[in-house]
Design a protein around this ligand. Structure first.
Ligand SMILES: Nc1ncnc2c1ncn2[C@@H]1O[C@H](COP(=O)(O)OP(=O)(O)OP(=O)(O)O)[C@@H](O)[C@H]1O
Ligand SMILES: Cc1ncc(C[n+]2csc(CCOP(=O)(O)O)c2C)c(N)n1
Ligand SMILES: [Mg+2]
Length: 324
C-alpha cells in the first residue's frame, strides 16, 4: 500500500465512525472541514492542549492512558469555563505506524470522548516526534462563562477533590523506593497521574455561583496566581485545609506535602471563588457534582498570595510547573 493510501486506511480503521454521534454535527469528519450547529442562545468555549512524549508522559506509558489523558486535560479546561463539552479535533504526530499503539490509544481516547459526549469532528496525522493535540469546543448559555477575572475580596476560595497525588505518583516513578509506599497506595496515586478526571459536572453546576474559576494543571500556587492577577486581588491560603487523599496523607506530611500540593501540578481539579452571598446556594448545588469541594482560603484586597498554617505565615521558594 502506498503511503497516502495507508494514511487513509489508518483514519478509516481507527477513527471513522467512532465516538458519540451528535445531531449538532452537520458535516462530519471526512470533508475539508466539519460543520457544527450550536443551539440558539449559546456561546462556544474553545481550548487547545498538547501532550508531548517525554515532556507530558513517559515514552513507556500505556497508549490507553495517553488517549484518556489527552481528552481529559482538554475537558478540564472546558470545565473551568463552566462549558459542556461538545466537539473535538485531534492532531496526531507519530514517529511510526504502530497498530497496537493506535488500538490502545484510540480505545482510551474514545472511551473518554464517550464519557463526556464529545464528538470527534476532524483531525490531522503526520510523522515526527510524538506530539498529540486536541482542540475542543464546549457550549455555554450566552455570556455565562466562568472566567479568571471575577474574584472579589471576601470571596471564599475552593478546590475540588484532592491535590498532590499526581505529583507524588510522578516522584514515585523516578524513585520507586521513596516514601515506602505500599501497592495499594501506589495504585491509587498512579491512577490519579495516568487517569485524571475532569470536573465538568462541577463546572456547569457552579456557573451561576462562582465569581472566578481555573483548572489546576501547573499547580495551585501558579494557577491561583492567574486568578489573582486577572481579578487584581490577593489571597490567603490555609495550608492545613488543602485536601489530601488517604495515600498522600499517609505518606507525606508538613512542608513536603504542601510543596507537592502547591507546585506539583497535573491535578486537573478546579479552583474557584464564591462570594459570601452565594455560599448557601453553592453548597446545595455542589452536592450534585460527584466530587467533594473544600474551602482553602479567602480572597483579599492586598495583592499577592500568602500561605499560613496554624495562624503562622509560611514562605516557599518553589514554583509551579513551567515549560520555559
Ligand atoms: N501559542 C499561543 N497562541 C495564542 N494563544 C496562546 C498560545 N499559547 C497559549 N495561549 C493562550 O494563553 C492562555 C494561557 O495558556 P496556558 O496554556 O497556560 O493555559 P492553561 O489553561 O493555563 O494551561 P494548560 O495548558 O495546562 O491547560 C490561554 O488563554 C491560551 O489560549
Ligand atoms: C514524564 C513526565 N514529566 C513531567 C510531568 C509533569 N508535568 C508535565 S506537564 C505538566 C503541567 C501541565 O502541562 P501544560 O501546561 O503543558 O498543560 C506537569 C505537571 C509528567 N506528568 N510526566
Ligand atoms: Mg487551564
Amino acid at each position: 500500500m502506498d503511503n497516502s493510501r495507508r494514511e487513509f486506511a489508518l483514519i478509516e480503521r481507527f477513527f471513522r465512525h467512532r465516538g458519540p454521534v451528535r445531531r449538532d454535527v452537520r458535516i462530519h469528519a471526512g470533508d475539508d472541514a466539519a460543520v457544527l450547529a450550536p443551539p440558539p442562545q449559546s456561546h462556544i468555549a474553545v481550548t487547545t492542549d498538547t501532550m508531548v512524549a517525554g515532556v507530558h508522559f513517559d515514552h513507556h506509558l500505556s497508549p490507553h492512558a495517553i488517549g484518556h489523558k489527552l481528552v481529559t486535560v482538554n475537558m478540564s479546561d472546558l470545565a473551568a469555563m463552566g462549558a459542556e463539552p461538545a466537539w473535538a479535533s485531534l492532531a496526531l504526530t507519530l514517529p511510526e505506524y504502530d497498530e497496537t499503539w493506535l488500538e490502545g490509544f484510540t480505545e482510551g481516547l474514545f472511551a473518554a470522548l464517550d464519557f463526556f459526549n464529545c464528538a470527534l469532528v476532524g483531525g490531522d496525522i503526520t510523522r515526527g516526534p510524538m506530539t498529540l493535540t486536541i482542540t475542543a469546543q464546549g457550549l455555554l448559555p450566552n455570556d455565562r462563562a466562568l472566567t479568571r477575572s471575577g474574584a472579589q475580596p471576601g470571596d471564599t476560595i475552593f478546590v475540588s477533590g484532592t491535590l498532590g497525588d499526581a505529583a507524588l505518583a510522578l516522584a514515585l516513578q523516578h524513585d520507586p523506593t521513596a516514601f515506602n509506599a505500599n501497592d495499594t497506595q501506589r495504585d491509587a496515586l498512579e491512577k490519579r497521574l495516568f487517569y485524571p478526571t475532569a470536573r465538568v459536572m462541577l463546572g456547569t453546576l457552579i456557573r451561576n455561583q462562582a465569581s472566578s474559576a481555573i483548572d489546576l494543571s501547573d499547580g495551585l500556587g501558579g494557577d491561583l496566581t492567574h486568578i489573582l492577577s486577572a481579578s487584581k486581588v490577593g489571597a490567603r491560603i490555609h495550608l492545613d485545609a488543602l485536601p489530601a487523599s488517604a495515600a498522600l496523607d499517609a505518606l507525606v506530611q508538613g512542608e513536603a506535602r504542601w510543596k507537592l500540593q502547591l507546585f506539583g501540578g497535573d491535578d486537573y481539579e478546579l479552583c474557584f471563588t464564591v462570594p459570601q452571598s452565594r455560599l448557601g446556594v453553592f453548597e446545595t448545588m455542589s452536592k450534585h457534582a460527584g466530587v467533594a469541594v473544600s474551602p482553602i482560603g479567602v480572597i483579599e484586597k492586598e495583592p499577592g498570595l500568602r500561605f499560613e498554617a496554624k495562624k503562622k505565615q509560611v514562605e516557599f521558594t518553589a514554583s509551579s510547573y513551567s515549560h520555559f
